[in-house]
Each structure stands twice: as C-alpha cells, then as structure tokens.
Design a protein around this ligand. Structure first.
Ligand code: G6P
Length: 489
C-alpha cells in the first residue's frame, strides 16, 4: 500500500537530467514558475507523489532505470520527495509538448498567433493532437495507478497542472468516478473570440477535459471569467458566474481563483547567500553609480522583451538627461528553442540590443547589458540592486518576477508593470498607485512610465515598494497549495 494521498501532475518536474562525458547522469533542479512554486510545497509533505514527464533523452534514461520511474527510489535527490517520471516516447512527447502545448494552447491563451500565417490546423497538426491525447492518457493512467495503490482511494486528491494536461482530468474521472480531482491553469485563459481559433471539436475537448475536475483553479479573476465564458459559449454548459460553477455532463466543477505569491522569508534567505553577494559585487563594478532598470525573463514571446527594449531606447531618445546616468540590465534566458518562433524572437531581442548599443554606447557608459545565460543568483543580485523593475508581458498568468523584485529590492524599486499580467490585479489596482501600469503594446507609454519610475522620489519609491512587497508575500506557495487541497475537501 502506498501513503501518497496527494498526487501532483505536471509536465516539468522538479529535476531534469543531463549526460556527463563519461555517460553518467547528472540531476539538476527544474526551472520555471510552476516548478519553483510546487517544489517548495511538495517536499514538505510525505504523502505527496509528484508525477512529471521525461523531457529529454537523459530524463528518459533516468526514468527507465528507476523502479516504476520513481527517481527518489533510485538514489536521486529530487528536492521534493517522491517523484515519478514518465518515460513517454520521444516523438509523442515532442508532438504533444512542442506541437500542441507550446505552439497551440500556449499561443491561444497568450494571444500570440500571427494570424495571417498561423495557426494551421491541417493533417500534420491532427497527428500532434493525437499525441497530445496519448501524452495526457499516460498521465491519467499513472494517476489512476497511484491512487489504486492507496488503502483508501476515496481520500486521494489529484492536482493536475497547466495547459499540457487539459485532457487528463476527464480521462482520470472516467477511470475513477469518485476521485477528487483539481486542475490548475498557470497561464491566462483565452477569451471566447480567440479560443474559437481552435477547431471546434478540439476546443470542446479541452474544455470538457478540464471539467473532468471537481475544481478548476486560475491565477486571477479575469482568466477564470474567460474560462466560464468559453464553457457557456462552446459547450452550452450551465454556467453560474456568481458562484463560479459549471454544470456539465452530470458533474459540477467549481471554478476558483487562487493567486500565487512568493515566500518572502525563503526568498530573502536565498538572496542573502554568498553567491548572490559575489554577483552583486560584480554587477556593481559594471554598473557603477548609474541608476538601474532591471528585467528578468525567459526569452519568451509573451514576455514582450523587444518592445521593452524599444521603450528603453525611446526613453534615451526623448529624455536625454538619462543618457550616461542609467543602465538597463536585461536578463533573457533561453527557452523553448525547439520552436522556430522562439529562435527568431531571440534573434530579434539581440538585434535591437545591438542597435541600442550602436546608437548610445560611449567609452564611459554601457546603456544596456543583455545577458542570456541563466544564472539564478545573479537574477537575485539584480533584484537587490534595482531602481526600476520592468515587467511588460503581452499577457501573463501571474508573473512572479513582479512579486520577487519588490521583496528583494534594497533601495526600494519602482515597478513598471503590464496591465495584462495577472499580478496587475493585486499590485496595481489603481493606476498610479504602487505599480505603474502600462499597456504592453504602447512603447511610448512604457518609455514614459520608465521616466516616471526613474524620476520618482526616493521616499515614494520606498513606500510603494514596501506595499508591493507586503502584497507579494500574502499568498506564498504553501498557502496557494493548501487552499486548493482544502477546496477539494
Ligand atoms: C510557464 C508554464 C509552466 C512551464 C514554464 C516553463 O510558467 O506555466 O508550466 O513549466 O512556463 O516553460 P517550459 O516549457 O520550459 O516548461
């Protein structure tokens, strides 16, 4: 019998593997907002089993070698207790992850399509969709098997994460009618007029898939409402907006908002590490006494890095007093490079960075430092030093950078924040209050917000930053997780 009463399922798990030259496997902690949020909670409960996919050949090798894929039983430090890694065939994984999850559903929910050219739902895509189904079925099967191993399967709660796994809740429900199932979307949800880009049957399958869960969680009210609207419009489901319930196919799904914040104590402790101090010293040497605008992102289409750099260029053009007095530190880490759009986007980021460099760099002033290697302690060092934090996504489920920065900033940083980030619902209720909200497409408006942020008095910046930090730490991952478990009963 197993003791795992709480099952967590997500595409990316807490560890990933690479191969050393001698052929042996090295484990590394997984990255991304979802993983960092879940890692801090999953490790604390002995009754949690975290099921994730093998993402690469070394992951698949590690999964195959471990008994039933249980990495923790094969001597690996998962940092998160019991972890089962699913050995999904490489081609199936690739089509499900790259073809459907990242190129279709991610694009739909973040409104990213260049519609004259994409999406293109033809025969090749149908094959990708079939793989997405079978990838979801692998998770549903593993979840069902794990719940069968528990003495009282009625007490098992399964928490299924994100757009990779929209079909798994329904599949699991069909196998286990009484299991308590939750689904959580870490992304936005598309409004109906954009969701309808999906082939009709596919859109319905996605919605029906999520409705297999008893509880469907979102990061802010806007995404929850969009989901409810889609259920009403495409399924004809019985939707009650005031109680946020959806009745469909004899079941009722409770839709809910669970915002996610940061664990202030843990983050501050980590940011006090010697490695962070060393990075701060190195950054100070480069930046000198210039004012510092910081951004920290994956090089992700939705993060809007190119327009952010364009806004910085416009700031230098229209407010020449900042030339020679400000440096923009832009950290843009590689992401999803299997997709051509991401490779092209990375090139666009580098191109505009070079243009800014060519136009403004002087012997005694570097206007922009763009770094593309992922260095977590250096990101924490930049948060500590920032005068201004720029977070301008096109659309974002939450955005934890907007919450981490104010918590760590030492002099008090001003936050320039996209109104399209879920975090804006908490950090920028009133425009001009605490976060400076911007329309992410409005480059001139963003440049003005940067100017306003740099011009803000020290006292005001400090006061706003303290309030932002207080709000950011209200809902640490532990609470986010516990609230969802409670909601499942
Ligand atoms: C977002 C998604 C996560 C995902 C992360 C990193 O935060 O909500 O599910 O893990 O991006 O993306 P990746 O494709 O590298 O896992």
């Amino acid at each position: 019998m197993s003791k795992h009463q709480v099952l967590v399922a997500s595409n990316r798990g807490p560890v990933s593997f690479s191969l050393r030259d001698d052929g042996s496997l090295v484990a590394r902690r997984g990255g991304g907002g979802l993983v960092s949020g879940l890692s801090s909670v999953a490790g604390t409960g002995t009754d949690v089993l975290w099921i994730c996919a093998a993402l690469s050949d070394p992951d698949r090798a590690a999964a195959r070698r471990a008994p039933e894929g249980r990495l923790d039983l094969d001597g690996h430090d998962t940092g998160s207790g019991a972890v089962q890694m699913l050995d999904i065939a490489a081609a199936t994984f690739h089509r499900a992850y790259n073809g459907v999850a990242n190129s279709t559903l991610w694009f739909v929910h973040h409104l990213l399509f260049d519609t004259p050219n994409s999406p293109h739902f033809g025969r090749a895509w149908q094959r990708e969709w079939a793989s997405y189904r079978s990838y979801n079925a692998s998770f549903a099967t593993a979840l069902a098997a794990a719940s069968d191993k528990v003495a009282d399967p009625g007490g098992v709660r399964a928490l299924v994460q994100d757009y990779h796994l929209t079909l798994a809740p329904r599949m699991l429900r069909d196998a286990h009618p009484t299991l308590r199932i939750a689904h959580f979307s870490h992304t936005p949800w598309a409004p109906p007029d954009y969701f309808r880009l999906l082939p009709a049957a596919v859109g319905r399958e996605v919605l029906d898939g999520v409705l297999g869960a008893d509880h469907a969680g979102f990061l802010c009210d806007r995404w929850a409402r969009a989901f409810l609207d889609c259920c009403a419009e495409f399924l004809g489901a019985d939707v009650d907006h005031s109680s946020r319930t959806v009745r469909y196919r004899g079941g009722t799904t409770q839709v809910a908002v669970h915002a996610l914040g940061v664990d202030g104590t843990e983050l501050r402790e980590r940011a006090n590490g010697a490695d962070v101090a060393a990075r701060m010293q190195a950054l100070r040497e480069v930046v000198g006494d210039h004012r510092l605008i910081v951004r920290v992102d994956r090089t992700e289409l939705s993060k809007n890095i190119v327009r952010g750099l364009a806004a910085y260029r416009e700031l230098l053009a229209t407010h020449p007093q900042w030339r020679g007095n400000v440096t923009h530190l832009a950290f843009a880490y590689p992401s999803r490079h299997d997709l051509p759009e991401y490779r092209e986007y990375t090139a666009s980021v580098q191109r505009i960075a070079r243009e800014i460099e060519d136009e403004y760099a002087a012997d005694d002033w570097e206007p922009l430092i763009l770094q593309d290697n992922d260095d977590y302690p250096r990101s924490l060092a930049a948060y500590r030093l920032a005068d201004v934090l720029l977070v301008n996504p096109i659309r974002d489920g939450m955005n934890l950078v907007a919450k981490e920065g104010p918590v760590l900033s030492e002099r008090g940083c001003a936050l320039v924040l996209s109104r399209e980030a879920g975090a804006a619902a908490e950090l920028g209720q009133d425009v001009g209050q605490d976060a400076l909200l911007v329309n992410p497409f409005d480059v001139s408006g963003t440049a003005e917000a940067l100017h306003e942020a740099l011009s803000m008095s020290q006292d005001e910046r400090r006061a706003r930053c303290a309030r932002l930090a207080a709000t950011a730490t209200l809902l640490p991952p532990q609470k986010w997780f516990a609230d969802q478990l409670d909601a499942l009963g």
